[in-house]
Design a protein around this ligand. Structure first.
Ligand code: ADP
Ligand code: MG
Length: 404
């Protein structure tokens, strides 16, 4: 173990009185913008039996996959023999835990928000539950069951289409219950969905940016009646001289503020257009970006430095016409003279053939891939109100693939 990591581990163990009697830190497993995560052994895990309903946990963890084989569990199984020689039902105990040390620079409201939402979502299938949390002065640590997973970059190129369907079914299972609580995750991306390609199970983690739907009360044009919106926007457009010659000088329009939290490359168009009434559909877009990444075998697929670049990347694929219509939904006018952004854009099938170097060979997508692309189009609908919901996604034929 690296000396710095060792030092940080020592510090963490000393910061909380009694830590060493409860947990044995094993290694650092993650370092993000907002936290450092360690793998640890829970030394007193037997005592959790009351607060931690194992039977329920088992159901929950195995729910998304019928074919899940309980032998290949990621945590320690404990099959105890009774006096009569009967085998007790397997009880999976979170013997190994992930300890998430939230940086002290995070605001207390932010930390509270994350813990609160995790508590609300504690019974959601495929969502990593919170076991407990501790605070010592300004330091907060969250304790989660440890979930073995592989690095996305190591397996995404090897995934078959049925593999993709299984991966997504698990992710959508988590999202459908998160969304049914009217909570947006806001940061859907591979590092926040811990997936084990061997057991084919995954859990959603990291609710650090999650929020309740409807938190922002500023109205956005996308929630207006389409007819009203059209008339109002046309009037506004005619009133101001069309900004054809670049950015308007002496712009008197109020600046727009919207939640833009998330990770670049995964932000939905409405986030980039600063929609103030963002919905759970922003998470669906991000899942679409993951699927596009897997199908095109390119990670990261979008690689923008800022929101304007991100808009350009999306506009290059979808074309000016559709992108303009998407902006209008949120009261935005999109004007560009960038030659690579065509009017029509491309269809996703073409993009995938290009990215996988099949466009010159005259090859086409396989039937399975076509099904995946059809589903992908539903996730990457520029209009959030038309984009598929997590619940609908679970009913989609594509996600039923590989289920039997
Ligand atoms: P951050 O807010 O810093 O991104 P995350 O909650 O996403 O924090 O955790 C960062 C990383 O730590 C994850 O990408 C993952 O590799 C690892 N990790 C987090 N929770 C767990 C867990 N329950 N089991 C195993 N690894 C985890
Ligand atoms: Mg994260």
């Amino acid at each position: 173990v690296d000396a710095n990591i060792q030092h940080d581990m020592e510090k963490l163990q000393s910061a909380f009185p009694g830590f060493r009697n409860m947990y044995r830190l094993i290694k650092r497993i993650g370092e993000g913008t907002f936290s450092t995560v360690y793998k640890a052994e829970d030394l007193v895990y037997d005592q959790y039996d009351n607060s931690w309903d194992m039977e329920k946990e088992n159901e929950k963890w195995t729910a998304p996959l019928k074919s899940f084989n309980s032998q290949s569990s990621t945590t320690i199984d404990d099959t105890s023999q009774t006096q009569t020689g009967q085998t007790q039902p397997r009880r999976r105990r979170p013997k190994y835990v992930a300890i998430k040390k939230i940086y002290v620079t995070s605001s207390p409201t932010r930390i509270l928000n994350e813990l609160e939402l995790l508590h609300v979502l504690r019974n959601c299938p495929s969502v990593c539950p919170l076991i407990t949390a501790f605070r010592q002065t300004d330091q907060v640590i969250a304790i989660l069951p440890y979930f073995r997973h592989a690095d996305f970059r190591e397996y995404f190129r090897k995934m078959t289409v049925p593999d993709m369907a299984i991966y997504l079914r698990c992710l959508f299972t988590a999202l459908s219950s998160v969304h049914s609580h009217n909570i947006l995750h806001r940061d859907i991306k591979p590092t926040n969905f811990l997936y084990d390609p061997v057991t084919r199970r995954g859990v959603l983690v990291d609710f650090g940016l999650a929020e309740r739907e409807g938190g922002d009360r500023t109205p956005c044009a996308c929630h207006e009646d389409p007819l009203v919106r059209k008339t109002r926007l046309r009037a506004a457009h005619n009133a101001s001289s069309a900004p054809n010659n670049g950015y308007p000088k002496g712009d008197t329009r109020p600046s727009r503020r919207a939640n833009r939290a998330g990770t670049r490359g995964f932000r939905a168009p409405e986030v980039l257009f600063k929609c103030t009434e963002q919905t759970t559909k922003i998470d669906i877009w991000s899942v679409g970006v993951i699927l596009l990444t897997i199908l095109s075998r390119r990670f990261p697929f979008f690689n923008s430095a800022d929101d304007v670049e991100a808009l350009i990347e999306i506009a290059t694929i979808f074309g000016q016409r559709r992108m303009r219509a998407a902006g209008v939904l949120h009261g935005c006018m999109l004007e560009t003279t960038i030659p690579t952004i065509g009017m029509q854009g491309f269809n996703l099938e073409r993009i995938i053939l290009w990215s996988t170097c099949r466009s010159d060979t005259g090859e086409t997508l396989s039937d399975d891939e076509k099904k995946a692309v059809e589903f992908l189009n539903r996730c990457l609908d520029l209009d959030p109100s038309k984009r598929i919901s997590a619940e609908e996604a679970l009913e989609h034929d594509f996600l039923k693939m590989g289920m039997d």
